[in-house]
Write a protein that binds this ligand. Structure first.
Ligand code: PMP
Ligand code: GLU
Length: 391
């Protein structure tokens, strides 16, 4: 048989999805696994969103929609960006996608050529590197210092910029570190992007999940950034809609046009009646979002306090998103071995930090988008197993 795709063979499968699927499989086999691996809210999608989609389906909204998204949804996204983020875009700059991951994919595809470099802040979400590689460009990882809470500085960014640099991918609030970029860090990113004429992808899927007074800033709202920033977002986390597969991006017109070419030549569009749910989500009441965020805040406090009490675990109090990224300073195990040991010895599924890049080694990622009862059980098990994770 002839060779298969070298490009696809060169990238790993998504580690977050692999570990979540494994946890699901073990549970189905009867093992009492606590799944802290994947970032999937345990909440049901709010009822008014479900009702809108079901009504649309019943009313026959089951045909090809406009490939870019229903006009009402494009307008709702543009309205939300202005209202909540201080970002001005025309609805024509918005593309509705089947999930935020696809927004990132088509945005990168629209911008890069072979030989171009895309700067990725390490640790970063597992799919950033592979998305760049699959589009024929080269990911360049900017290692952020774990000991300085993964702070972003102009100096660090500049060290990695070359004449081939084209795009910088930013995610705040961050998966997996839980960091929310401060205004100083946002300014540093904007300064370097403008100085070196870089495009910036600002992945804001966790924008509402901020704690203890942390504030989310949208890069596209910064002076000089609108013309070089692609804002990517999703309904998955904000409205507990991971299974609906609905996201969007807002980009400068020429980028949006090219990204649309890929959308029409591949997936065509997001799902028609799912978009009706999206319109209800953006234009409807937002107290459901606050309720979920309040609950994550409570779980965050419980987990950070509980993990800090356990000998051998260090856990920074995250500022945003819904993942903890603890370290196991006394252990000789690497993060893959640690995740394996936790699953074997405590039936806890966690994502190994190295899946997020070298800077994530020595960490594990636990999601707190998991029912409180499961978090409590996880803590009990961690207390028992932590001494054994040493060496
Ligand atoms: N960006 C980040 C940082 C994520 O963690 C995820 C996964 N939820 C996404 C984008 C994409 O989410 P989705 O494809 O479910 O919209
Ligand atoms: N983004 C989530 C995570 O990091 C869901 C899985 C995925 O899309 O990678 O766990």
């Amino acid at each position: 048989m002839k060779d298969l795709s070298e490009l696809l063979q060169s990238v790993p499968p998504s580690a977050t999805i692999a570990v979540s699927d494994k946890a699901r499989r073990l549970k189905a086999e009867g093992r009492d696994v606590i799944a802290l691996a994947g970032g999937d809210p345990d909440f049901a999608t709010p009822q008014h969103i479900v009702d809108a989609a079901v009504a649309a389906m019943r009313e026959g909204d089951t045909h090809y929609p406009p490939a870019k998204g229903k006009p009402a949804l494009l307008e709702a996204v543009a309205g939300k960006l202005e209202r909540e983020n201080g970002v001005q875009v025309e609805p024509s700059q918005v593309i509705v996608t089947p999930g935020g991951k696809w927004s990132l994919y088509i945005a990168i595809a629209a911008m890069v050529n072979p030989g171009d470099e895309v700067l990725i802040l390490d640790p970063s979400w597992v799919s950033y590197g592979p998305i760049v590689t699959l589009n024929g460009a080269t990911p360049v990882r900017v290692t952020l210092p774990s000991e300085d809470n993964f702070r972003v500085t102009q100096g660090l960014l500049r060290e990695h910029v070359t004449e081939h640099s084209k795009v910088l991918m930013v995610n705040s609030p961050n998966n997996p570190t839980g960091r929310v970029l401060t205004l100083e860090e946002i300014d540093a990113i904007a300064a370097v992007a403008i100085e070196h004429d870089l495009y910036v992808i600002s992945d804001e899927v966790y924008e509402h999940m901020v704690y203890d007074g942390a504030q989310h800033y949208s890069l596209a709202a910064e002076p000089g950034m609108a013309e070089r920033t692609i804002t990517a977002n999703s309904f998955s986390k904000t409205y507990a809609m991971t299974g609906w597969r609905l996201g969007w991006l807002a980009a400068p017109e020429p980028i949006a046009k090219l990204a649309m070419k890929l959308q029409t030549q591949s997936v065509t569009s997001a799902v028609s009646f799912v978009m009706a749910g999206g319109i209800a989500a953006l234009n409807g009441p937002q107290d459901c979002v606050q309720e979920m965020v309040d609950s994550y805040a409570e779980r965050r406090k419980f987990m950070v306090d509980a993990l800090e009490e356990i000998d051998g675990i260090e856990c920074a109090p995250i500022e945003g998103a819904f993942y903890l990224f603890p370290k196991f300073p006394n252990s000789d195990k690497n993060s893959l071995e640690l995740a394996g040991a936790l699953l074997d010895q405590a039936d806890i599924a966690a994502t190994p930090g190295v899946a997020f890049g070298e800077a994530g080694e020595d960490h594990l990622r636990f999601t707190i988008a998991t029912a409180m009862a499961d978090l409590e059980r996880a803590v009990e098990r961690l207390e028992k197993v932590a001494p054994r994770l040493v060496a």
